[in-house]
Write a protein that binds this ligand. Structure first.
Ligand SMILES: Cc1cc2nc3c(=O)[nH]c(=O)nc-3n(C[C@H](O)[C@H](O)[C@H](O)COP(=O)(O)OP(=O)(O)OC[C@H]3O[C@@H](n4cnc5c(N)ncnc54)[C@H](O)[C@@H]3O)c2cc1C
Length: 583
């Protein structure tokens, strides 16, 4: 194989061109840096951002701050969250100025209450005309206009380090990837690197599986790369109890549908939220909705989106902000006001793509590794929320770009060690010469193990799933990629498995049910023992070390404080303590 090595240099390298990456690139450029953005797919059409349903959660002057903070839980850095909440409005004005189209009423930006999509948080969201797809086209144009250089269809596979090691005891000096089309290895040297490759996720979901409908380019790469590099990771014991349309892999559109007045009913036409006391369509909280759906499934009843109450005006608005979802339903023969559309719950452990679990970052978005910054769902999001939505990722990206550019001003380019370039290239390409296992073999087994976790999990199920993933990783070198396109998937799936084994380790470690995570062995939310920030790091011996840091109360609890002690998780309050977890 004659792989060509292509070298690149930049002040700031941005890995990923979604919500965080695009904003980081533009801000770094604005701060005077020469910026290279590498995207696994095509910048502007990639990541969750370009598929986003079009809810831009935003603060606006005069809003009640408490409303925006509501429901984020107690593992939240409220000081940083408040800064980020205010900054969503600054970023909205920037986007509006660039020509991103928001739904307007009488010339003013319109917001829907409960439009938020916030897994556990309140919020008010502006509607993006044409959804994230339209927004990212404008943002991409702005980045290119300012001179951000772009490397498309180049999955970055690993970070390059000053000591040539992973995990490193040195600093991050760039990254390496391969072309998804040409026989090329790309070596990117940079004074600072910003990881924005999205969140953890079980990649390549198929219809009917209990995983979130995610873009194909989101396979936990950013999380896995940072894990391998030895960055301190955090906020990984979260996920989202979440819904997904059963037949399609598009966005679920939950926020828009509920805001516009759809219901969620079981097969008997009964409102699934009746037992969770939050059934008003104006402000259905996604977390409870997920629990309610899980409970219906547990009791053997399918769940449906019921749009029979939608007015023609609301249907028009839905076509305006979530055209992809509406078109998908229509193509399949569904008429939203007439037909009920089946939905299933998503397995919390496998979905972090808008739920910041990643490298721990400080207020400058620096990770524990010098030279490496992280933003969006590849980071812990400074713990501003258990979930990181579009606007928060954009804010974090904006901040990261600024700090990475400043860092680059006093840093110098370092040459990558040839041995590390050689090793990492071979590691990425070896699947072209794999053995007998196929992508489908591994994907099928891993998917089943994760589906078996159930939406209501237990320690035994977590252990079983983790062991299966570890077993698959032990033989992963035997996987054969048919061609370069298949190689991108094989490398992505490996990243998914690596990241998810660590997520499962976190879930086993934190012996409680909190937020989206419901574990029948630990039905209580435990503020006595688990008001801690669980973190991890890959040690040089190849083991993941997990530990718990105390919560810095002076920054975390400035607005509201946790209730002390243990309390039954709301899900178990409704169903009782004893549940047989459904598959
Ligand atoms: C279907 C869907 C709908 C959503 N709708 C909404 C909504 O309406 N409102 C809302 O607030 N939130 C929404 N979200 C969540 C929101 O889109 C995400 O929180 C946000 O986009 C995350 O931003 P990010 O930059 O961290 O990652 P992404 O936007 O996912 O971007 C990640 C980028 O990294 C690139 N990448 C991945 N791996 C590599 C690699 N190895 N090398 C190089 N590049 C790589 C990808 O191509 C992509 O460009 C939605 C999510 C989904 C999945």
């Amino acid at each position: 194989m004659a792989e060509k090595i292509v070298h690149h240099q930049a002040d700031v390298l941005i890995i990923g061109g979604g919500a965080a990456g695009a904003m980081a690139a533009i801000r770094a450029k604005e701060c005077g840096a020469d910026v290279l953005l590498a995207d696994k797919s095509v910048f502007g059409a990639s990541g969750c951002a370009a598929l986003a349903s079009g809810a831009y959660i935003t603060y606006m002057p005069g809003d009640d701050l408490a409303f925006h903070l509501a429901g984020r839980g107690v593992l939240v850095n409220q000081t940083q969250a408040i800064k980020a909440i205010y900054a969503t409005y600054d970023v909205l004005k920037i986007l509006d100025g660039w020509g991103v189209r928001f739904v307007k009423e009488n010339g003013e930006i319109w917001r829907g209450k409960g439009f938020s999509g916030a897994a556990a948080s309140g919020g008010l969201a502006a509607g993006l005309v044409g959804g994230g797809t339209a927004m990212m086209k404008v943002v991409r144009k702005e980045a290119l206009r300012r001179g951000v250089r772009v490397l498309n269809r180049t999955p970055i596979t690993d970070l390059l380090t000053s000591d040539g090691r992973l995990p490193t005891a040195g600093q991050v000096i760039g990254a390496i990837g391969f072309s998804g089309r040409e026989e090329e290895i790309h070596v990117c040297q940079a004074k600072s690197v910003v990881m924005c490759a999205g969140g953890f996720n079980f990649g390549y979901k198929r219809p009917g599986q209990n995983f979130a409908g995610m873009p194909l380019d989101i396979t936990s790469d950013g999380v896995a790369m940072q894990l391998r590099a030895g960055a301190v990771m955090g906020n990984m014991a979260v996920g989202s109890k979440y819904l997904q349309s059963m037949e399609f892999c598009c966005a679920p559109g939950i926020e828009h549908f509920t805001t516009m007045g759809t219901g969620w009913v079981n097969k008997d036409g009964v409102d699934v939220m009746r037992r969770f006391g939050e059934s008003e369509a104006e402000f259905t909280r996604r977390l409870s909705l997920g629990h309610a759906v899980a409970l219906e499934m547990l009791e053997g009843r399918s769940v449906y989106l019921d749009g029979s109450q939608l007015t023609p005006d609301k249907v028009r608005l839905l076509w305006n902000v979530i055209p992809i979802i509406m078109q998908t339903f229509e193509n399949a023969g569904y008429e939203i006001t007439r037909d009920r559309i089946p939905y299933i719950p998503v397995n919390a452990a496998t979905y972090g793509s808008s739920h910041g679990g990643g490298a721990v970052v400080n207020e400058k978005l620096e990770t524990s590794l010098p030279g490496l910054f992280a933003a969006g769902a590849s980071s812990d999001g400074m713990n501003i929320s258990p979930n990181l939505n579009l606007s928060w990722c954009m804010v974090l990206g904006w901040w990261a770009g600024e700090h990475a550019a400043k860092y680059a001003q006093s840093a110098s380019l370092r040459d990558a060690m040839p041995e590390q370039v050689g090793d990492l290239s071979r590691k990425a390409l070896k699947y072209l010469n794999g053995d007998r296992l196929t992508f489908n073999d591994v994907h099928g087994k891993a998917a089943q193990a994760l589906i078996d976790l159930g939406v209501i999990t237990s320690d035994e199920k977590l252990t079983l799933a983790r062991n299966t993933l570890l077993d698959l990783l032990a033989v992963y070198d035997k996987v054969k990629a048919k061609d370069r396109h298949d190689l991108v998937k094989v490398v992505g799936l490996r990243n998914s498995l690596e990241a998810l084994t660590v997520i499962l380790q976190y879930l086993l470690h934190r012996q409680e049910s909190r937020g989206s995570v419901i574990n029948s062995d630990h039905p209580e939310t435990d503020n006595q023992n688990w008001l801690t920030l669980t973190k991890s790091k890959l040690e040089p011996d190849g083991k993941i070390k997990l530990w718990d840091d105390p919560i810095p109360r002076e920054t975390f609890y400035v607005h509201y404080k946790p209730k002390p002690g243990m309390s039954m998780h709301p899900f178990f309050k409704v169903v009782g303590r004893q549940v047989d977890a459904p598959k």
